[in-house]
Design a protein around this ligand. Structure first.
Ligand code: GAP
Length: 437
């Protein structure tokens, strides 16, 4: 894992938050390559939900909501809390499930009795910091969907079953954030809420669980690195009638990356009770009025980002090149799905001290950069530049050489096969479009 963390920092995927001030635990910043890759992940998920499935619409609700939302959802009570023990000597806190013996894992000190700590992040709205102005940063994006259930239903004239999806930031005061992007205090979720008749909930649960497993594999996670865990009743989230965790085999073990939940009528009935607004659905055909059940799929963008990096990261001792003598260096290859890769095309003039060559390369760069995320690189030997691009997962390298000036063609190198093809400049855009789209 350390190698991935180091690559992320070195090549501009992820930086520790507030690094010049010594960092800010559990928060991370996405660098130039990270933000491209993260946007690719979010776009793929959005397209999967809103284009590849029918009857799903999007929403972008506010992070700050009335505190009443969190009372109704149950997040302000004991259900959304970690049980922690505190060391009486060093005062560090540990989750109950991390403690093997009744001793502090760090200093062997005596531990307190377990106590509940709520995970909601508090803030104040308005100029006065008093109880009346307390608000919370949302702990899950889906509450914004439930409180807009009626708005979306009516404005879009939807009929059950239908879905509402949303991507956005969520915040939890995690006591033990750890493992890089795995458990953070500020993270991003991609959630879809499927509203259906209670009698269809079991069927749709199976459907969505399967769909999610298929999608995760379609973007590059290997089947053997994914498994499902049926969460037993006493470990389930407070709102869940059924909960299946989709787990990924991270370098530090099998861990949840996505949850599929049958939330029943927990959310809509509680919001009805607390707001006084009847959120039942009326079926025009059957004249039935009922609270729809909700099947939820919820995945963290950051966890998925991390899992995709773990899956794609490869080290090749001595390098992949067969044409020259293998060097002792270890080559890094990031075999990301071409849709996920942050840079699609690198444009490389063979040498930087031949103005005609550089000019041609820059022309090609300008032509391609409006269609794909491209990088122009003229520094170092061509072999070294190929390796730099392999390390960040760039799908194609386009090399402009001395021949280019005579035959108006370039060499296109494929990241995975390292095969090189000569392509006429006039055909280059359509060639790359066909391969990348
Ligand atoms: N709305 C349901 C919900 O929030 P969850 O299992 O608590 O369910 C869903 O969270 C997903 O959000 C998790 O599977 C994980 O991918 C991501 N997630 C949750 N807490 C996280 C954290 N502290 N850091 C990063 N991702 C987190």
């Amino acid at each position: 894992m350390e190698k991935i963390v180091s690559l992320c920092k070195r090549r501009g995927f992820i930086f520790p938050s507030s690094e010049i001030y010594g960092g800010f635990s559990s928060c991370y910043d996405y660098g130039p390559l990270g933000v491209e890759m993260k946007n690719n992940i979010k776009n793929l998920w959005w397209d999967e939900m809103t284009k590849n499935h029918e009857n799903i619409v999007g929403l972008d609700s506010a992070i700050l909501m009335s505190p009443k939302v969190w009372e109704a959802s149950g997040h302000l009570s004991a259900g959304f809390a970690d049980t922690l023990l505190e060391c009486k000597s060093c005062h560090k806190r540990f989750r109950e499930d991390e403690i093997k013996e009744r001793k502090c894992p760090e200093c062997q000190g005596e531990l307190t009795e377990p106590r509940k700590f709520n995970l909601m992040m508090k803030t104040f709205v308005g100029p006065v910091e008093e109880t009346a102005s307390i608000a919370y940063l949302r702990a899950e994006t889906c509450q914004g969907i439930y409180v807009n259930f009626e708005n979306v239903l009516n404005s879009m004239r939807l009929k059950i079953p239908f879905g509402i999806c949303q991507i956005g930031k969520a915040f939890r005061n995690e006591i033990t954030p750890r493992d890089f992007l795995y458990r953070m205090r500020e993270f991003e979720q991609m959630e879809m809420q499927w509203f259906c008749h209670p009698k269809d909930a079991d069927k749709f649960f199976e459907f969505w669980l399967n769909e999610r497993l298929k999608w995760l594999q379609s973007i590059g996670l290997k089947k053997e690195n994914l498994r499902v865990f049926e969460v037993p009743e006493k470990e389930r989230a407070h709102y869940a009638r059924r909960q299946v965790d989709i787990e990924y085999k991270f370098p530090f073990g099998w861990k949840e990356i996505e949850g599929v939940h049958n939330r029943g009528d927990w959310d809509l009935s509680n919001h009805s009770k607390h707001s006084g607004k009847d959120l039942r659905y009326f079926d025009e055909k059957t004249k039935e009025k009922y609270f729809p059940f909700i099947i939820e799929t919820s995945i963290g963008v950051d966890r998925l980002f991390f899992a995709l990096l773990c899956e794609a990261y490869e080290e090749i001792k001595g390098g992949r090149t067969k044409t020259t003598k293998p060097t002792k260096e270890v080559e890094i290859l990031l075999k990301l799905d071409k849709r996920i890769a942050p840079i699609k095309v690198a444009i490389l003039p063979l040498v930087k001290n031949k103005p005609e060559l550089v000019q041609k390369a820059k022309e090609i760069y300008r032509m391609l950069k409006v269609h794909f995320v491209c990088q122009y690189d003229e520094v170092g030997s061509i072999g070294r530049r190929y390796r730099r691009q392999d390390e960040i997962g760039t799908v194609f390298c386009v090399t402009i050489d001395f021949e280019t000036l005579k035959d108006n063609a370039v060499t296109v190198r494929d990241r995975d096969t390292m095969e090189q093809e000569r392509v006429k400049i006039e055909n280059l855009l359509s060639y790359l479009k066909e391969k990348l789209d």
